[in-house]
Ligand binder design. Structure first.
Ligand SMILES: Cc1cc2nc3c(=O)[nH]c(=O)nc-3n(C[C@H](O)[C@H](O)[C@H](O)COP(=O)(O)OP(=O)(O)OC[C@H]3O[C@@H](n4cnc5c(N)ncnc54)[C@H](O)[C@@H]3O)c2cc1C
Length: 779
């Protein structure tokens, strides 16, 4: 969790269109009237449809009184830095200190070159920006009487006169995404200015902040001295369906999380709609300031105690943060008998009117509006909650870590039984490395505890993912080829069934139910505890490598990666994330590789051949604690990632498969293709041994698509789907009944239906995938 304690500011990000120039100026004035602090414009000097940004800033400066002004961000390759420094200082003097300087390294190189500037590689462009900053700061440093000599290969001044000094210390903000730019931000800039739309998730903000902070510390700077700005977009509406898409109160909650947990503090709304600007400035900004101030005050009061038996920070409605405000006028559901909520659940059940409801209503993938959220604290609570919920005629969701891809762990108008507070951890048998863990624990915290004994557990790649959802569905992570799926290590489970009864399933007691829990747990009950056998990892370390390739020949990179992984020792597991090119940037393939141990020589030998799968843009390998690789972040869920996922397995990657997968990136709806190496230890287990039955593949092919374009996504995915078999239900947002036979292939589906008939014939629990004849199973 990162909060730099910065004051909050708010701005607008306006299109500098020249079709109606006065309209653009009017929007800037509207921003000022709405109470915003900052007005910014994009800068594309090669674009004839736009007003020149610097000229526009100067004009707007004369037509406004209070707002600060900046480009967002200036195209440095087309702005000579020494002249720019004097322009900025001059405008700052003229406005009494209202100018800031957003800078970018340049992105659209064809257009930049066409305007007469030299084309630079990404690395050169960062170097050029770094030199330019030195030149700009040198010009502003009018107190230094010595002529300015600064810069290097790309920008150089040789004895320039300094000055004028600006009216106030102009801040330099960088539009940075990649590590080199982030490091430059940490080393030299006053602010980081990315766009949320270019981030895969909020954690990318935390990751960026970490790089910036490290670079700042290395440069002897205080990381908190660097402002964290964020361009955001969204819609104001009645009912929210995700990140920044809903009423202003939802925006406030979501921006509070970005502030308190991801360190951002200046929010710049991209909109040319005067109504949006007014709501943002007059409703969102003051409410967010108030909420953040209250949260910070609570944190300062020293509310830090973490119960020792618990693994996760009880952030979602728990004791560490002040609960979200009550909404006394919120509508309650006519279909829920609120008066009949069992007395043992008092204080643990949150209606839309209750303080704390906003903290618990959403999951990672979805903003929810449930009629009731029950935060169960033990199995008896879960039994009481199930018996109550099944009497209400509304949907029921079950939630552990809240990271479910399909967004099924919250709902609109229904009941959520949340077991995140059942998160205890206990070693049962040190010799057998057997431990017991609650479903609400997250894998990052479990990894930390296991590491204390030189143990580990194969799980997902995200430390925030819950034990309950992952260990009942599969569990495909960085140690998969060496150690298989998480479900392969589950030896016992305790569950609450649909009739409220509490049962244990292990090899001796109801092995059938244990079979179902290991892959189809969501269909049969609510798991309240699991026992697993940990893996030995004596020094706690693994070799973690990241290779970034120019994937212009996307199909070849994919095919070579798959071939090499299939032939690699099973100690090596890899994910390959492939993204389409943007502007002049080529498509990029990012390989994450984990060698399941600390034998650096063996790891190096296995990694080296991978350097040949394409032109290497970046490479990095290090020995890291496995627990650090999946470190928990403990964020509150606010529907922060709205993407849709699809996946399927490939037995063997052929050239035709690779070409089809590469062609997915031609569809604008596809954000990224993710390939995961499987096989190895996963296939050592017989398909019929667990309800997770995908035991004969080399690659899991997944893709994520933009939300709200479901039809386009389905059409794009249909181009590869016939090549694939099976679906990993926990990594797919396609929960239609047609998917059931692919999610539970072979005899698995029939066996699940048979067990379901015994333990949940009325279909109280809706699993990850809808069952073919509905969740109720006739006897
Ligand atoms: C960013 C991201 C990265 C991911 N990476 C991986 C990965 O590397 N490997 C991988 O295998 N998966 C991965 N997943 C998928 C994720 O592991 C699954 O969706 C998993 O179900 C999440 O568990 P949870 O407890 O956090 O989810 P929740 O949202 O709490 O639950 C998801 C579903 O699981 C069921 N469920 C939850 N708790 C229980 C319980 N106690 N008893 C019975 N059923 C329950 C419910 O049907 C619920 O709808 C990722 C998901 C995200 C969003």
């Amino acid at each position: 969790m990162t909060d730099y304690g910065h004051d909050l500011s708010f701005g607008s990000f306006l299109t500098p269109g020249n079709a109606d120039p006065q309209q653009t100026v009017a929007l800037a004035q509207e921003s000022e009237r709405a109470g915003l602090d900052l007005v910014t414009f994009q800068d594309h000097p090669y674009q004839p449809g736009f007003l020149d940004t610097w000229t526009l800033l100067s004009y707007v400066a004369a037509r406004t009184e209070r707002v600060h002004l900046s480009a967002n961000v200036l195209n440095l390759p087309l702005r000579q830095p020494a002249v720019l420094a004097r322009s900025a200082a001059s405008l700052d003097l003229l406005t009494g200190g209202r100018v800031e300087l957003g800078l970018g390294a340049g992105a659209f190189w064809d257009a930049i070159e066409a305007m007469g500037a030299p084309r630079l590689t990404p690395g050169q462009a960062v170097d050029a920006l770094s030199e330019a900053i030195d030149v700009i700061r040198g010009i502003w440093d009018a107190d230094d009487r010595a002529p300015l000599r600064a810069g290097g290969e790309h920008h150089r001044v040789r004895g320039a006169k300094r000055g004028p000094a600006p009216a106030h210390p102009i801040e330099i903000w960088l539009g940075a995404y990649k590590p080199r730019m982030l490091r430059l931000t940490g080393a030299k800039a006053d602010g980081w200015l990315p766009s949320l739309g270019y981030m895969k998730s909020l954690s990318a903000l935390t990751d960026g902040n970490t790089i910036i902070d490290e670079a700042a510390a290395a440069a002897g700077r205080e990381p908190a001295a660097i402002r964290r700005l964020l361009n955001i977009g969204g819609q104001f509406g009645a009912a929210g369906s995700g990140m920044l898409s809903g009423p202003p109160e939802e925006w406030v909650d979501q921006l509070a999380v970005m502030t308190l947990e991801h360190g951002m503090s200046t929010y710049i709304l991209s909109s040319d709609d005067p109504h949006d600007l007014a709501v943002f400035g007059q409703e969102v900004a003051p409410a967010l300031r108030e909420l953040v101030a209250a949260e910070r005050a609570t944190a300062d009061d020293g509310a830090t105690g973490r119960p020792s038996v618990r693994l996760t920070a009880p952030g979602r409605g728990g004791a560490m943060r002040r609960p979200s405000p009550a909404h006394p006028d919120a509508e309650l559901s006519a279909d829920v008998d609120y008066a009949g909520i069992p007395s043992r659940l008092q204080g643990k059940a949150f209606t839309p009117r209750d303080a704390g409801y906003d903290d618990v209503r959403s999951s990672y993938m979805r903003v929810g509006h449930p009629a009731l959220v029950i935060m169960a604290e033990d199995a008896d609570d879960v039994s009481a909650a199930v018996l109550f919920a099944r009497e209400q005629d509304v949907p029921l969701s079950v939630r552990s870590g809240g990271h479910g891809i399909g967004g099924l762990s919250t709902n609109d108008g229904g009941i959520v039984i949340d077991v995140s507070r059942i998160d205890g951890y206990e070693v049962l048998d040190p010799a057998a490395r057997r431990f017991r863990v609650g479903p609400g624990a997250t894998w990052g915290h479990v990894a930390e505890r296991l590491a204390e004994r030189g143990w580990a557990m194969t799980s997902g790649n995200f430390g925030d993912t819950g034990v309950g959802g992952l260990a009942t569905a599969g569990g495909l992570g960085y140690l998969a080829r060496k150690h298989g799926m998480t479900v392969d290590h589950v030896t016992a489970a305790e569950l609450v069934l649909a009739d409220g009864s509490q049962v244990r399933a292990d090899a001796a007691t109801d092995p059938d139910l244990l079979w179902a829990v290991r892959g189809a747990g969501s269909h049969v009950g609510i798991v309240t505890a699991l026992e697993l056998e940990a893996l030995p990892l004596p020094h706690g370390n693994v070799v973690f490598a990241q290779l970034v390739f120019d994937a212009t020949d996307t199909a070849a990179v994919i095919e070579r990666w798959a071939d090499l992984l299939a032939a690699s020792p099973r100690d090596l597991t890899s994910f390959l994330n492939v993204s389409a090119g943007r502007g002049a940037q080529p498509p990029v393939a990012h390989a994450l590789l984990v060698w399941a141990g600390d034998d650096v020589d063996a790891a190096t030998a296995a990694l080296e051949p991978l350097l040949d799968i394409g032109p290497v843009l970046q490479q990095q390998a290090q020995l890291v604690p496995y627990a650090a690789l999946i470190a928990p972040r403990d964020g509150r869920h606010v529907g922060q990632q709205r993407i849709k996922m699809r996946n399927g397995y490939l037995r063997r990657m052929t050239a035709e498969d690779a070409a089809a997968i590469a062609a997915l990136l031609d569809h604008s709806v596809i954000g990224q293709v993710e390939l995961r190496s499987v096989g190895g230890a996963i296939d050592d287990v017989a398909p019929e041994a667990t309800a997770f039955a995908h035991r004969d593949a080399e690659v899991l092919v997944a893709a994520w698509g933009m939300p709200d374009r479901e039809d386009d996504f389905r059409a794009a995915w249909a181009t590869v789907e016939p090549r694939l078999h099976g679906v990993y239900a926990a990594y797919s947002s396609d929960g239609r009944p047609e998917v059931a036979a692919s999610a539970y292939p072979g005899a698995a589906l029939d066996r699940i239906l048979e067990i379901k008939r015994r333990v949940d014939p009325q279909g109280v629990f809706r699993g990850l995938v809808a069952l073919p004849d509905g969740d109720a199973v006739s006897a």
